[in-house]
Design a protein around this ligand. Structure first.
Ligand code: SHN
Ligand code: NAI
Length: 212
């Protein structure tokens, strides 16, 4: 199966998770990370989900799935242990044209969820197209070792520097040369080593600074 990778804006959008076990909890955590408005429908839920509901981070309905639950939803994830429910959620999602992930049945998924490495605004999403979730996880763990907090910090700086350079009204070729010089620089490594002096020395000729 071929998939089209993308990053979805879900902030403030209603998303439904049917089921309340460990797999549901993992999918919920990533939806909350994206600031989605999460509703969970499940007769039983694990501790993590119960706590999130108690803290008002999601809306919880302790009952079984009912047709009609998908109305008004932007996206749905079915994470129950009941094949009949999984199929019913898939059918309703298809009928309403809502993106749907059925965690134990790739044929019922209109999208699949990647393993994710995050450092601030940097997101690296890893997929094996469903071939081996365990391998996706292994690659995530390995990449986490190479993309520490210095990358988030570097991106914060790059965002500001880029804005500044764009405002200079330089010819495209000149500003692109600067962006490349910065992007391919050893700055992340210097940040990780606490060598801000080296960063400062590198960016000074470009008219940039570490602090605003
Ligand atoms: C198709 C997909 C649909 C979807 O869920 O979106 C799917 C499907 C299935 N997963 C199964 C099993 C496992 N899934 C994991 C873990 C993760 N699964 C995730 C995604 C995906 N899983 C999508 C494809 C992603 C891709 O590869 O492109 C991750 C990346 C993201 C997330 O869940 O948030 C997250 C790792 C997060 C991280 O740690 O980084 C582990 C390992 C573990 O739990 O540690 C195991 C056991 C080991 C193994 O089987 O490999 C089963 C069999 C169930 C059974 O046996 O009953 C199915 C159904 C089937 O394959 O038929
Ligand atoms: N895609 C993935 O990443 C993975 C998928 N799986 C599969 O995901 C499924 C769920 O796994 P777990 O969370 O470990 O299962 P679990 O058994 O802990 O949780 C199932 C949940 O579904 C709820 N449920 C049962 N009937 C329901 C109904 N009618 N309406 C709403 N909720 C209902 C239960 O109350 C329970 O909270 C399993 O089929 C498993 O094989 C397992 C590992 C990884």
């Amino acid at each position: 199966m071929k998939y089209y990778p993308l990053f979805l804006k879900l902030a403030g959008k209603k998303c439904l998770v049917v089921g309340g076990g460990q797999v549901a909890a993992r999918k919920i955590a990533s939806l909350l990370e994206a600031e989605a408005q999460v509703r969970v429908v499940s007769p039983q839920v694990c501790e993590e989900i119960r706590l999130a509901a108690q803290e008002g981070r999601l809306e919880l309905e302790m009952r079984g799935y009912r047709p009609g639950d998908l109305r008004g939803m932007r996206l749905v994830i079915a994470a129950t242990d009941d094949p009949a429910v999984q199929e019913a959620v898939f059918s309703e999602a298809e009928a309403l044209g809502i993106p749907c992930n059925v965690v134990d049945k790739p044929e019922y998924c209109s999208f699949i969820v990647p393993s994710v490495v995050k450092s601030g605004d940097l997101t690296i999403a890893i997929s094996t197209s469903g071939a081996s979730p365990a391998l996706a996880r292994r690659l995530r763990e390995e990449l986490e070792g190479s993309f520490g907090p210095e990358w988030g910090r570097f991106l914060e700086l790059m965002r500001r520097w880029r804005r500044e350079i764009l405002s200079r009204g330089l010819p495209a070729s000149e500003r692109e040369a600067i962006f490349k010089k910065l992007a391919y620089s050893p700055i992340p490594q210097w940040l990780a080593e606490g060598r801000e002096d080296k960063v400062a020395e590198f960016i000074a000729p470009l008219g940039l600074s570490l602090r605003e």
